[in-house]
Design a protein around this ligand. Structure first.
Ligand SMILES: [Zn+2]
Length: 552
């Protein structure tokens, strides 16, 4: 196992976003978490010239889809279909540059079934008789999203299987005071337990391997995730249900558990193999699912996800891949985020306390929204979206100073007549210093979206002040290198900011003279051709010239 190297690591990169559950659309809280983080990271890797695959796809088998559909009185398949469209639209609107959003199709199903059949044949799973929560009135088992109670570890309100507050699993019938999520207010629909035989993955069998993996990589991960991993490793590792006696989900192909389905959470690793090959095909490379995960591909896997489901991604998912015998790569970076709130209150679809990306993009320009979400991203603790905060940052720190800077440069270009300007040694040093900081914030293991966004604003402010001073004191004839340095620094800032300010970068590319390429020698130049940077629109660009194609 090699340690992450700094920014000279040119191995191909695989970026996985978490699989959204299709039980509704996406709101800004989802975007500000793993999706924007994954997008900016993937865009930065592309700008560094690396082979990048960025992918995700919906988790249709989740009981959360069934539970929401039952509450709404609609067919779960229909809810999954309409939600998938909403999710794709939201990701597209805000410019999340997934290379392929895998569909829940036959190849998906075959990939998942093959993955589990192989492990079943190797004897990885064991049969257990367990007591599961049961709705006596309907004669149905109620697990995962179908049940709610108090978490046995932290006592917060929790669904079955996993607590999204402390991230610890609650297995079988461990949830305290459980009730159905379908009929929460109906006292006649009580939850009892019933014995059933299911297949499980005994995580203890993987303790040594899991400990070695986490000891090697978690020093590079965020503190909350590391705390959870250490807590879990300090206890007996649970047995993870491989099958559940439910009607919703993928039918498990095992003779011991007729009629049962696969635990939907555990589909997500083979789902990732499938969406990777699906995305690679969109990029023109045909492979079988799993091929690009093989160790010999030497691909650096980076996984972005919310803390609330990190247990599955850090333990059972890793164990399932290990159980295949070391033929597949494991994530080197698991980057978690915390909850993002809306005006200091939890996003809640049922209470109507939500804002979708599309809602907000009707009111503010996309780059301003992306920058604000990055600046306030919940990377280490709960943070909040504030409409007033967005207005203030956009007007005073982003659009105002950038447009003053761009205006001054446009005037200088008009005066200069397009002849190249020299760059001083000091100018080159400043560019190297600036790009060095961005590299720290946009590479693993020091990735930090908030610091990257703040660094953009710091340099816009610095360069706008420099431009104002030069404009008042030095004509191009008198101080060509000073102007040359300014143009080069603005060009470098545009390139480093491009993963966040995607429409500005697209406009600069379209205007010519800017390719957005980053790398060790990209700005090691002796002169620069003056250029007029595009302006940032002050109004929402929806439908009126904004680049809604992802700005790639
Ligand atoms: Zn808990």
């Amino acid at each position: 196992m090699t340690r992450p190297r700094p920014s000279d690591d040119d191995r191909p990169v695989l970026v996985l976003g978490p699989n959204p559950t299709p039980n509704g659309g996406m709101h800004l809280g989802h975007i500000a978490g793993p999706y924007l983080a994954g997008d900016v990271y993937a865009r930065y890797q592309r700008a560094r010239g690396r082979d990048v695959i960025f992918t995700t796809g919906t988790a249709d088998s989740q009981t959360y889809t069934l539970a929401t559909a039952l509450r709404q009185g609609i067919a779960p398949e229909e809810l999954a279909r309409t939600s998938t469209e909403l999710i794709r639209d939201a990701l597209h609107a805000i410019g999340i540059s997934v290379d392929g959003f895998g569909p829940f199709d036959d190849t998906y199903r075959t990939t998942v079934l093959d993955f589990f059949r192989t492990l079943h044949a190797k004897g990885t799973f064991e049969l257990r008789t367990v007591k599961l929560p049961y709705r006596a009135r309907t004669g149905e088992f109620a697990v995962e999203g179908l049940i709610e109670g108090d978490c046995p570890v932290c006592l917060s309100s929790s669904r079955g299987g996993l607590c999204e507050t402390c991230c610890h699993p609650n297995n079988y019938n461990e949830l305290l005071d459980p009730h159905s999520t379908i009929s929460a207010d109906d006292p006649t629909d009580g939850i009892t337990t019933k014995e059933v035989k299911i297949l499980v993955l005994p995580l203890e069998n993987f303790r040594e391997q899991l400990t070695a993996y986490h000891e090697a990589w978690m020093p590079y991960w965020r503190p909350h995730l590391v705390q959870m991993i250490r807590e879990v490793l300090a206890r007996p590792l649970p047995e993870i249900p491989i099958t559940y006696p439910l009607d919703w989900g993928m039918r498990a192909p095992f003779p011991e558990t007729p009629g049962q389905v696969l635990n939907a959470w555990l589909e997500l690793m083979p789902a990732g193999m499938f969406t990777t090959s699906y995305a690679a095909a969109q990029l023109g490379r045909r492979t079988a699912p799993g091929d690009l995960w093989r160790v010999e591909e030497n691909r650096r896997m980076v996984h972005f996800l919310g803390f609330d489901n990190a247990f599955f991604f850090c333990f059972p998912h890793i164990a399932l891949v290990m159980a295949h015998g070391g033929q597949f790569v494991l994530p080197e970076s698991i980057i978690n985020n915390e909850f993002y709130e809306l005006e200091s209150e939890k996003f809640s679809t049922s209470k109507g306390h939500v804002v979708t990306p599309e809602d907000m993009l009707r009111e503010v320009p996309r780059d301003a929204l992306r920058l604000y979400l990055a600046l306030t991203a919940p990377e280490h603790q709960r943070t909040t979206f504030s409409r007033a905060g967005l207005e203030k940052v956009a007007a005073e720190r982003l659009i105002g100073p950038w447009n003053r800077l761009a205006g001054t440069l446009a005037k200088a270009v008009a005066n200069a007549g397009g002849a190249p300007l020299p760059i001083s040694a000091g100018g080159r040093q400043r560019v190297a210093a600036m790009l060095g900081r961005f590299d720290i914030f946009l590479e693993m293991p020091t990735y930090n979206l908030t610091r990257a966004a703040d660094t953009i604003l710091v340099h816009i402010d610095r360069l706008a002040r420099r431009a104002a001073t030069l404009d008042g004191s030095r004509s191009l004839d008198v101080g060509p290198a000073e102007w040359g340095d300014l143009f080069l620094e603005v060009k470098a800032l545009l390139a480093a900011a491009a993963p966040i300010l995607i429409d500005l970068a697209a406009a600069a590319r379209q205007a010519g003279g800017f390719d957005g390429v980053l790398g060790p020698t990209a700005f090691d130049v002796a002169e620069v051709v003056p250029f007029a940077p595009p302006l940032l629109p002050a109004e929402a660009n929806g439908g009126t010239g904004g680049n809604r194609t992802g700005g790639r």
